[in-house]
Design a protein around this ligand. Structure first.
Ligand code: IMP
Ligand code: MG
Length: 222
């Protein structure tokens, strides 16, 4: 469940930004798609995505971040730990911007109870493939929101005695923070809005957008 957002069905058309970002389709296939969508769902159920960060701006920021990370740990082998699934695109691009020895591994978590109370519990769904003891580890996350996921992950990983444990996030929604946790490398500070694209999803969709945008659901005020 996503905090603050009602569950909504999806009609198959992404308006405005989403359409602009989608691969170019022929007009006739678009018309056919729209006819299908109109039949299935009323127009009011359309989700819209408003541009926030372009793919180019994201890539530029990642280039800077990669340089900074390498400058902070010159000559050291680095292990990037990506948090599935949202961080996959970010990790793939970040890894290519860090010169020298870089390996990666993935971890998956899920969280409960975030909407109602601040007592969000986090569960480990997939562990790392190998030990991080004595290694310089950079946790790579798509977005830092309440901070509950990262707080849990850092606690788990710290117990495994890495040499260094750092955090790189593409996006930071500081306003939403419930626990005192911070990232060492932050791409963009963003407002308290639900965003999708570049790995971030709503009900598993939109991860493939090359840009990040603000999602509006039908009936929402923005
Ligand atoms: P936290 O534990 O509240 O910091 O949440 C972190 C996770 O929630 C992120 O890794 C995302 O998977 C998800 N999340 C938080 N905010 C958003 C958002 O605006 N869009 C998509 N996913 C989000
Ligand atoms: Mg995530």
């Amino acid at each position: 469940m996503r905090r603050g957002l009602p569950e909504a069905s999806y009609c198959g058309t992404v308006t405005a930004f989403g359409e602009a970002m989608a691969s170019k389709k022929s007009r006739s296939s678009k018309r056919a798609q729209m006819r299908t969508a109109t039949k299935k769902e009323p127009a009011a159920s359309k989700e819209t995505v408003k541009p926030l960060l372009t793919g180019a701006a994201i890539q530029e920021k990642i280039r800077e971040m990669g340089k900074r990370i390498r400058a902070d740990f010159p000559g050291e082998p680095l292990l990037l730990v990506g948090v599935l699934k949202g961080a996959v695109l970010f990790l793939a691009d970040l890894a290519r911007q860090i010169p020298g020895e870089v390996t990666f591994d993935f971890i998956a978590v899920s969280s409960y109870g975030k909407e109602a109370k601040s007592s969000g519990q986090v569960k480990l769904n997939k562990d790392l493939d190998s030990s991080i003891e004595g290694k310089t580890v950079i946790v790579v996350e798509d977005i830092l929101d309440t901070g509950l996921t990262l707080e849990y992950l850092l606690r788990v990983l710290q117990q495994r005695k890495p040499k260094h444990l750092k955090v790189a996030v593409l996006l930071d929604k500081r306003e939403r923070r419930l626990v005192d946790v911070h990232a060492d490398y932050v791409g963009f500070n963003i407002p308290n809005e639900f965003v999708v694209g570049y790995g971030l999803d709503y009900a598993e969709r939109y991860r493939n957008l090359p840009d990040v945008g603000i999602l509006s659901l039908p009936g929402a005020s923005h």
